[in-house]
Ligand binder design. Structure first.
Ligand code: ADP
Ligand code: MG
Length: 345
């Protein structure tokens, strides 16, 4: 037997994105219909006069959700919404989903039905059909994997690449809410564990709790952009945090980014909750995950067309690559952007 030991690298050493890069580097597309593979929010497949888009996301109990405060119906909705969000991020429309479930014997038929009630609401909201999946037992807990198939127009699909110098950086909705909702839910869970008689009162935090438990995908903005005739130059959905997503756009487009702290959209409840938890609201906006808003860039000539869209905020501009990634603070200082992201490893 060889004395040589197999090298062992911890996943944490290279991180989730490093691992994906490594997987990607060993595979080449062999079919001419594979237009875009690993690396964007969804893969793009030639479908003749249009393109098909495919994306998959997995949610694992104890990692992505905690059923002690996440109702199964909400989980069903969220599982679909986070996948639809990746299709939105490609400027395309979701059409079908498949759902694969791993279930321990802790789950009853009724529990699974609650989950699917949420799935159904989401299917109705986003106009998608559930067309298949897989069901298996799991030694412990619940695993949900959803695949979504979308359709887009060949010349209107938007990637993480193609942002250009002087483009305006825009974001939909407000950010940091889902993270603050998670903080509130985790705190209430601890209170409940130490004193089960204490009924949590989360009414003051309703907005942020909803952002965590029932996020939506911004298909509405995709339709609005279509109506005003704007195709973003680049786009990504905000699943890991604004800073992390800005880095993805910058890396894929080979550009620098500058954003302004005073332009960052934050809801009042998010802001107040951050202060209460002794967190910097701007850090929550930059690094909070799971908001599922859209981050996109447009050319300056399109700004007139989008400036009246109620839920879109311009937060900065695309710069030369050598100027790096920075945020101009409220005090007027340019500080380097740091992406902590939302790491599961
Ligand atoms: P998102 O946050 O938009 O869901 P991810 O960061 O999960 O995107 O994935 C980025 C890209 O890497 C996508 O193209 C995705 O399909 C691909 N990817 C992620 N995990 C794997 C894997 N285990 N094998 C192959 N491709 C993967
Ligand atoms: Mg995405």
């Amino acid at each position: 037997m060889s004395e040589e030991k197999q090298k062992r690298t911890e996943i944490g050493e290279i991180g989730e994105f490093g691992l994906i890069d490594r997987i990607e580097s060993t595979f080449d597309a062999t079919n001419s219909s594979t237009l875009v593979g690993i690396g964007d929010d969804a893969a793009v497949i030639d479908g003749g006069d249009h393109v098909k888009l495919v994306s998959t996301d997995m949610l694992v109990e104890g990692v992505h959700f905690d059923l002690s405060y996440m109702p199964l119906e909400h989980l069903g909705y969220k599982s679909v919404a986070v996948n639809v969000s990746d299709i939105a991020a490609m400027n395309a429309k979701p059409k079908q989903i498949t759902i694969s479930l791993g279930l321990s014997n802790r789950f009853s038929v009724e529990a699974v039905e609650s989950f699917y009630k949420g799935v159904k609401y989401a299917c109705e909201d986003f106009g998608v059909d559930l067309v298949g999946g897989d069901t298996t037992s799991s030694p412990s807990g619940m695993i949900v994997s959803v695949t979504v198939i979308g359709e887009g127009e060949k010349d209107k699909v938007v990637y993480r690449k193609n942002a250009e110098e002087n483009d305006i950086i825009c974001v939909t909705g407000d950010l940091g809410g889902a993270l603050m909702g998670l903080q509130v839910l985790e705190r209430e869970k601890e209170v409940f564990k130490t004193n089960p008689d204490m009924q949590p009162d989360i009414s003051a935090y309703e907005y942020v709790v909803k952002r965590q438990l029932k996020p939506t995908a911004r298909m509405d903005v995709i339709y609005e952009l279509e109506d005003v005739g704007v195709v973003p130059t680049s786009m990504i959905d905000v699943s890991d945090g604004l800073a992390s997503e800005l880095f993805h756009i910058a890396k894929h487009s080979q550009v620098g980014v500058t954003i302004y702290e005073d332009k960052l959209p934050i809801d009042e409840v998010t802001y107040n909750t951050a202060i209460e938890f002794k967190l910097d609201p701007a850090t929550c906006v930059l690094n909070g995950g799971e908001d599922y808003e859209l981050l996109f860039t447009i050319s300056q000539s399109d700004f007139e067309k989008i400036k009246n869209l109620s839920d879109v905020t311009a937060i900065g501009y695309i710069d030369k690559k050598e100027n790096g990634h920075k945020m101009v603070t409220k005090g007027g200082n340019a500080v380097p952007l740091e992406a902590q992201g939302w790491k599961h490893f």
